[in-house]
Design a protein around this ligand. Structure first.
Ligand code: ADP
Ligand code: ADP
Length: 226
């Protein structure tokens, strides 16, 4: 997957709140980075500058050296998988249709791909025909991850992806994503308020405080108490 560079990225909301304050940072291609920190520290805002859901007020975000603000947003987003904080499945579409949605935008129709994606997130293929309301919370979350992976993006952004999950589902999904990262060189940027989660999955942990990166560290260093 591609590398991501934040160059003095600042986001000032209309009410004057500075959510992200001149953050500079390099996310190495193919790495798994967790953004941790208290609620309101700016994690989600920083993440959303990458796929242009939130344009920075100042500074730039580069993907493989190219400014994400260049060109049409769809062109940037087709290479980026995004797992929403609240999953965001379409309730009137089946599980299979939800997963295939990003493929339809690209005029690709591929039932075998949908089945492979269900396998990846360890959901039974038979669930493809169900509606989102007929799934458990954990199953819905896995469908959200499968959809984010549909176009085989090089970069995966996840906003509190394991929010409401029981520990077993959380581990399964975390391991599935870590496997993709290792096997296919997927670059993963994950927002979480849960330090334990960051320690389990990520290779590098960025701790945010008041819109800045207060610490840039690794799970090993954190566990040694550094
Ligand atoms: P986190 O993801 O760490 O919880 P956020 O990026 O959501 O943090 O928020 C960072 C700060 O920006 C918080 O103070 C939050 O209240 C504020 N904020 C977030 N979205 C908006 C918005 N649309 N308008 C004004 N302030 C916002
Ligand atoms: P989890 O522990 O993953 O949150 P649940 O206890 O919520 O699981 O659900 C267990 C099983 O019940 C799952 O296989 C799910 O598909 C099924 N299920 C949950 N809600 C519904 C529903 N509204 N209609 C049909 N099946 C459901």
């Amino acid at each position: 997957g591609p590398g991501v560079t934040f160059e003095r990225v600042t986001k000032r909301y209309a009410d004057g709140t500075v959510a992200v304050d001149a953050v500079s940072c390099e996310v190495t291609a193919g790495s798994f980075v967790a953004l941790v920190g208290a609620s309101g520290s700016g994690k989600s805002t920083l993440l959303k500058t990458v796929n242009r859901l939130i344009p920075p007020s100042d500074g730039r975000v580069l993907i493989d050296g190219v400014d994400v603000s260049e060109g049409p947003a769809w062109q940037v987003r087709r290479r980026i998988g995004y797992v929403f904080q609240n999953v965001g499945l379409f309730p009137h579409l089946s599980v299979a249709e939800n997963i295939a949605l990003p493929l339809r935008f690209e005029r690709r129709s591929d039932p075998a791909r949908v089945e492979a994606l269900l396998d990846t997130v360890e959901l039974p293929r038979a669930l493809g025909g169900r509606m989102p309301a007929e799934l458990s919370g954990g199953q819905r979350q896995r469908v959200g991850v499968a959809r984010a992976l549909a176009t085989d993006p090089g970069l995966l952004l996840m906003d509190e992806p394991f929010g409401a999950l029981d520990p077993v589902t959380r581990d399964t999904l975390g391991r599935a994503i870590a496997r993709l990262q290792r096997k296919r060189g997927l670059t993963v940027l994950m927002v979480t308020h849960d330090m334990a989660e960051a320690l389990l999955d990520a290779e590098r942990v960025l701790v945010m405080e008041g819109g800045r990166i207060a610490a840039d560290t690794t799970p090993a260093a954190l566990m040694r108490g550094e």
